[in-house]
Structures are given as C-alpha cells and as structure tokens.
Design a protein around this ligand. Structure first.
Ligand code: ADE
Length: 225
C-alpha cells in the first residue's frame, strides 16, 4: 500500500512509523509518507489557515492550501485514489471500513487542525470523510494514526503470525462479534481461576466455548443492550 498522510505535524508520526507492525509493512513493500501542508502552501510565511467567513472563534484550514498539497504530491492524477478527510462529522470508523481501506492500493489521509477545514475540501477534494468517534480532538493527527494503525495491521506480513488477524474482534471469522476472552499462566492467581474447558485439551469444546463467549460479548455491545 502507498499511504500518504498530510499534516502540519509530520514529526508526530515518527513514533508511529517506528512501531513493529508499521515497520513490517514497509519491509513488505508498503510506502509511507508524511507530508507537511506548510511546505507546499501557496501563501507567504507558511500560512495555512484563515479566519472564518461569517465570523466566530478559531481559524479554518484553507482549501487552496490543501489543494496545493495534493497537487504537489499527485499532480492531476488523483483518480482512483482514496482520499480521506479526518473530521468529527465524518462516517464512523469501524472494522468494516478498516477492511475496505486495507484493500486500497493507494490511500491518503488528510489531517485537519484549528476550528476545522474549509467545507470545499470535503465537497471537492476528498472521496471520504471519516470520524473515529463522537468527540473532538485538537486535530486529525491522532485520528489518522488510529485509521492507519487499524488498516496497516491488516496487510499481509504486518503481524508476526498470519493467524493473529484472522480470528480477532469483529472479523468475519467471528461473524463480526468481539473477540472471546484470553487466559494464560498461571492457572490460578489470587483465587482467580481459568475456565476448565481451556485446560481440557478438547479443541472442539474450546472452539465452541470461545464462539459462545464472543456472541455474548457481541450481544452486550449492541446499542441499547
Ligand atoms: N478531528 C478532530 N476530532 C476528530 C475525530 N473525532 N475523528 C476524526 N478526526 C477528528
């Protein structure tokens, strides 16, 4: 995957890039870039924002700045590229969308800052607007990291064991339910035991128990449950 993140704070992503699964993706051929809007802004003194028309507090990221950044990176060949604006008012990010984005050969994440981003970015420059939850962050950077993390770990070779992404929370293997509980040694800790079935060695029973716990958790997470 070719993943580009546009941000005013590319250095925030140094930690992200150093994570094992991200490094694995790069080793497997993925290309990651963190691009600074300030480096391509057509305005003087690195300006990227302006006061909102109609008045009000805060500053708004300018559409010409975002367009110039995309133009510098892609020229006129944006067709077919998934360009995602991170915004609290976007489509809610979930496992289904992570799977969808992981199938894209080219993915762009646009981080906003300040009060918001000029609405013409959403209307004319991006293919998607995505939110990671119903709360407001100071900017899209952490949201972009959340999306990039969930997407990259799905790529082949990102995780050590091919199996580990297969039967995990919300996967098709679990019919979209959350994952079952895990236990490891010691079998008894402070009188807190481990379910007998997991120590039984009976794989069919273990599978059945896990599926059941997964279903229970899924039912509990349903809205209104
Ligand atoms: N930018 C600020 N808050 C956000 C959120 N909740 N999701 C995505 N982008 C954001």
């Amino acid at each position: 995957m070719k993943l580009d993140v546009f941000t005013l704070f590319p250095e925030w992503f140094e930690w992200f890039e150093s994570q094992r699964h991200v490094r694995n993706c790069v080793a497997e051929g993925s290309e990651l870039r963190f691009l600074n809007y300030r480096e391509t802004t057509p305005l003087s003194a690195g300006q990227v924002d302006d006061s909102p028309y109609g008045g009000g507090a805060g500053m708004v990221m300018r559409v010409d700045v975002v367009d110039a950044a995309l133009q510098a990176a892609y020229g006129d060949s944006r067709a077919g590229r998934r360009i995602v604006l991170l915004t609290p008012s976007g489509r809610m990010f979930d496992e289904e969308l992570a799977v969808e984005l992981a199938a894209e050969p080219q993915l762009t994440l646009l981080c906003g800052r300040y009060e918001g981003v000029d609405e013409r970015v959403r209307d004319h420059l991006v293919t998607d607007a995505v939110s990671i939850g119903r709360y407001v962050l100071a900017g899209g950077e952490l949201a972009a990291m959340v999306v990039a993390d969930a997407v990259l770990r799905k790529l082949p070779g990102a995780l050590g064991h091919a199996q580990s992404a297969h039967e995990e929370s919300f996967s098709a293997a679990l019919d979209g339910d959350p994952e079952y509980p895990h236990y490891t040694r010691p079998p008894l800790y402070k009188r807190w035991g481990v379910p007998d079935v997991l120590l039984s060695g009976d794989h069919a029973l273990v599978d059945e128990w896990r599926r059941e716990r997964s279903r229970e958790r899924g039912a509990r997470q349903e809205p209104g449950a």
